[in-house]
Design a protein around this ligand. Sequence first.
Ligand code: SAM
Length: 283
Amino acid sequence: ISATAKPSPSQVPVGVDPDRPSIARVYDGFLGGKDNYAVDREVMKKVLQAVPEAADIARGNRGFLNRACRFLAAQTDIDQFLDCGSGLPTAENTHQIVQRANRDAVVVYVDNDPVVLAHGRALLESDEHAYIIEADIFEPATVLAHETVRQRIDFSRPLALLHVGTLHHLEGDSGAIVMKQYIDALAPGSYVVFSHFYDPETSELTPVAKRIEDVLVHGPMGAGRFRSRDQIEAMLPGLEIIKPNAVTEPGLVACYQWWPDGPMLRPPSLAAQCIAGIVARKP
Ligand code: SAM
């Protein structure tokens, strides 16, 4: 049963159409990657015109993903990871981070972008514990029933479900339904790593969020919603939130604040505050 009534643009694979920008390539471009086309650079240019520090969103998000993987691999017993919307391989990918702590940790990546799938397959060819599959991450039943997922992940044991920088590419309000289907399939003791474009609903930050959303949603990419704390937290029903440190308030924090790597000498940009992350555990 489909959780979404009308497909979001991000559910229609971008294919090899050179006139359609790809979420994965634009995001990778903001991280400094080179696998982007003119149509992607045009989106990046418009975003940067709207908010010059917008790359801080991608950097903050990727840093959070890396630290959350390091935390789970090093400090919990989790040894299987389902990484939904994995993106183009960059220097530090989930399997490289978690396998540093546990060589046998299993990772299954899921994406629907052909460039991501091609690079991912090439990178993982010689890895015995990491796999990439093609599926629509907003169709949990399809992902969870996929042959490779069933073969490689043991759902009777705890696992980590990653939905990092993904749900803001789903239009409408079915995000909570999508995530509940995933969470229901997890064994107790499993973790969810989640991040989302965040509108902190302050007079200073909301205009920044709105300017980026305007370019992304009303431009050729057609996806990229900023949502409030309540809307984001509603996507993680019944989970216990892991506090990244004692001084941060529990729950959702800006990604750069989640278990930071070290001191920050400069205050974060307004853009850096517009992506929020959460790590939560199923009791
Ligand atoms: N999770 C990575 C990270 O946080 O660094 C990559 C995030 S990137 C912003 C979002 C990824 O989700 C892209 O690779 C895109 O192709 C993928 N994606 C978006 N919609 C999707 C869908 N409906 N099915 C599968 N993958 C999707």
